[in-house]
Design a binder for this molecule. Structure first.
Ligand code: COI
Length: 358
């Protein structure tokens, strides 16, 4: 695909009404007026890049995505700064990861620079949809699906790459209040050699049963243990996870079954720049429990694009209920949340060079 690839634009003639209360957006329920769409055909490559009015797709019922889940997705956000500029947060990282997922799923790579241009153009067209209330943003969902009408299992020969936009508030109803997490030691999310590191629908489908079990027990999310020994911490439902033990910040190392989160990477960089000792390593649930018993488990928090920073107030593992930091947000979680959302929304100087103007 050449760099001077054109994007045609057809604007809607029937703009939708925008949400009236930005404090009641929830997550992923409202969609803007336009979407980006581009086709892939074997032998021709990616072609026909266009921005069109947001509308349902017409796909053959035998389209391969419906049957075998050959698809990938990403999640990033756009923010409006106090002086009306629009910023994206580290979009190159998401596009780089999209191609890592593509490789694993045998989907043809996208041109990352071109995809960034497409996102910028789409967000610019729908910039009036970017909410401005604290804790809100425009969630950007790029995704690729296999569209061949075919029931055999093999890499597809046709795909759609699309980007849709959704004005959002907090991912968890708790917002920045600590969430209660259930440590799952029966179901597993992924194993090394599988698809755990890829952002692909199957990983999320695999998580739903355990998530339902956690809800029934009045927990918000699941903390996954490794798929082999059911002992080492992997990640939380839709987030990477960090533990502060005796002043040291520990997060599971990227081992092939964990998603390499952009907020995870940003949190590690910020914490190190503030002088914290941050260690990426194997961490067992027993070690976490021992630290808790010894009064050394200072904080636990999740990181993710949708959730940003989500403090954990309670962890339930087998018969043990661990209340963390009296169920209140810890000082590291608060500082990370303030700094990351401050940089993202242009309220704090971006000394890391992470934001990209639309
Ligand atoms: C994100 O954090 O952007 C995600 O993709 C998680 C999602 C399942 C809401």
């Amino acid at each position: 695909m050449s760099k001077d690839f054109q994007i045609s634009v057809t604007k809607t003639t029937a703009p939708k009404s925008k949400p009236t209360d930005e404090n009641k957006l929830g997550f992923g329920k409202i969609f803007t007026d336009h979407m980006f769409i581009m086709n892939y055909t074997k032998g021709k490559g990616w072609h026909d890049a266009r921005i069109e009015p947001y509308a349902p797709l017409s796909l053959d019922p035998s389209a391969m995505i419906f049957h075998y889940g050959q698809g990938i997705f990403e999640g990033l956000k756009a923010y409006k700064t106090p002086d009306g500029e629009v910023l994206l947060f580290r979009p190159q990282k998401n596009l780089e990861r999209a191609n890592i997922s593509n490789e694993r799923l045998c989907i043809p790579a996208i041109d990352e620079e071109f995809a960034l241009e497409a996102i910028r153009k789409l967000v610019d067209i729908d910039r009036d949809w970017i909410p401005e209330a604290p804790g809100t943003s425009l969630y950007i969902r790029p995704f690729i699906i296999a569209t061949d009408p075919f029931l055999g299992v093999k890499p597809a020969e046709t795909y759609l790459f699309m980007v849709i936009l959704s004005p959002v508030g907090a991912y968890y109803p708790e917002g920045l209040n600590p969430v209660k997490i259930f440590v799952e030691d029966d179901y597993v999310r992924a194993v090394r050699g599988g698809i755990g590191f890829a952002k692909t629908p199957g990983n999320y489908a695999a998580s739903i049963r355990a998530q339902e079990k956690a809800y029934e027990l009045k927990y918000t999310q699941v903390l996954w243990l490794d798929g082999i020994e059911r002992k080492y911490i992997e990640e939380v439902g839709t987030m990477n996870v960090f533990f502060v033990i005796d002043g040291e910040v520990i997060t599971p190392a990227l081992n092939g079954s964990i998603l390499a989160g952009v907020t995870r990477d940003s949190s590690i960089a910020l914490l190190k720049s503030w002088g914290y000792k941050v260690t990426e390593r194997k961490l067992s649930i027993n070690e976490v429990y021992e630290a808790y018993e010894a009064g050394k488990l200072d904080e636990v928090f999740g990181t993710g694009t949708a959730a940003v920073i989500s403090p954990v107030g309670e962890l339930k593992w087998e018969d043990h209920v661990m209340t963390i930091n009296n169920g209140e947000i810890g000082k590291i979680s608060q500082k990370l949340y303030d700094s990351i959302t401050g940089i993202q929304s242009g309220k704090i100087e971006d000394t890391m060079g992470w934001t990209v103007k639309v």
